[in-house]
Design a protein around this ligand. Structure first.
Ligand code: SF4
Length: 378
């Protein structure tokens, strides 16, 4: 089985915390970009080596910025290149202010059965301050439009640790997210990425960072509230109602091959990683003359080990030490088991079925430190 990721690098404006690759050039190059995506799919279809495509994910940027005509051109184009009849999950990321009744109505006939919405917060002041264009009431409306058009598999993204957020306001945002009855919630702690507007605001002292202990408390509130509401905490930042884990994202965590199309998209065919440059003009120009533009990333054994450990520990399935031994050898296995033992002793990790090492609730709060300890010692 395999997945396809399509990067849509267009946003209506830039949010102050974001360092994802995106541009404001949809009107100028949207059509040429969609044509380039279809050409790239045609040129690279064999990288999936005949594996059945099970998931399709349009991420960004802001895929909901694509007008329905271009979204339809893209998905119909892909369906002529790949057999998409077996796709179980087709997700489009959306911003609430783009989710109109017309947009929603077009989704089911295009095969879209899941929408992931960048909500981030239910506080209008905070949304405005971080450069989001929507309001909390637009979130409510967009969920209702989606449901009316038959899209019931809805995921909501939230961010904690935003400047101005308090424990009370964060709890309120979590409660309001739950009250919308999404099937999935992703929640990330804010990071100040160098070069972003928010990073400069902090440098100039214009905003105050939420203290780390308070962020930890926000994380604990999130975990408790979502558990009480019946969500399974299946990955550090991801929570799902039973049966609603993100299949596409889960495939990143368990080495399933995926083809990433578009500027800045990553691919993995089971052996090799390929990365398209974050350069919209260069990407379109290359595809217009029938050339792909990815670079191959040759990963050393220890880099693959680190990635396996890091991604595995983030999930509730943990890291299977026996599989680690089979894939990376006796020395890697010995290193992992030796470094994991103190964390078993102090309750950060637990051993399941004698082979799988899984972070405990206490360990999740300290995950960066635990993962760092288990990395390969160079
Ligand atoms: S957070 Fe989303 S909408 Fe905002 S700039 Fe980044 S990609 Fe665009």
């Amino acid at each position: 089985m395999a997945g396809i990721y399509v990067h849509i690098p267009f946003c209506a404006s830039r949010c102050s915390y974001c360092d994802f690759y995106s541009t404001l050039r949809l009107n100028e190059v949207g059509e040429a970009y969609v044509e380039a995506l279809i050409t790239e799919a045609q040129l690279r279809k064999d990288e999936l080596q005949g594996e059945k495509v099970k998931t399709l994910y349009l991420g960004g940027g802001t895929p909901s910025q694509l007008p329905v005509s271009l979204l339809s051109r893209l998905l119909n184009g892909l369906s002529k290149i790949f057999d998409l009849n077996g796709v179980e999950e087709c997700t489009v990321e959306a911003n609430p202010d783009d989710v109109s009744p017309e947009w929603c109505a077009a989704l089911p006939s295009l095969g879209v059965n899941r929408v992931s919405m960048g909500v981030q917060s239910f506080e209008d002041d905070i949304l405005r301050n971080i450069g989001r264009r929507h309001t909390a009431s637009q979130v409510m409306e967009s969920v209702s439009h989606l449901r009316q058009s038959g899209i019931t598999n809805i995921s909501i993204d939230l961010i904690y640790g935003l400047p101005g957020q308090t424990l009370a306001s964060w709890t309120d945002s979590v409660n309001r997210a739950i009250s919308l009855e999404p099937s999935h919630i992703s929640a990330y702690g804010l990071t100040y990425e160098p070069g972003t507007r928010m990073w400069h605001q902090r440098e100039r002292g214009e905003i105050t960072e939420v203290p780390e202990e308070q962020c930890l408390e926000m994380c604990m509130i999130l975990v408790e509230r979502l558990k009480d509401a019946g969500f399974e905490h299946y990955e550090i930042s991801n929570f799902a109602l039973p049966g609603f884990r993100s299949r596409h994202n889960s495939s990143y965590w368990n080495d399933t091959p995926y083809l990433g199309l578009g500027a800045a998209a990553h691919s993995f065919d089971g052996q090799v990683r390929r990365v398209n440059p974050p350069d919209l003009a260069g990407y379109i120009a290359a595809l217009q003359i029938g050339k792909t533009c990815f670079e191959e990333e040759c990963m050393m054994r220890w880099e693959r080990y680190d990635e396996r450990v890091m991604l595995g520990l983030r999930t509730s399935d943990g890291v299977d030490a026996e599989r680690l031994r089979k894939d990376f050898g006796e020395d890697a296995w010995r290193h992992f088991v030796r470094e994991a033992q103190p964390h078993i002793d102090n309750g950060h990790l637990r051993l399941v079925d004698n082979s799988r090492y899984v972070l405990t609730d206490k360990g999740i709060m300290l995950s960066d430190a635990v993962i760092r300890d288990l990395m390969w010692d160079m």
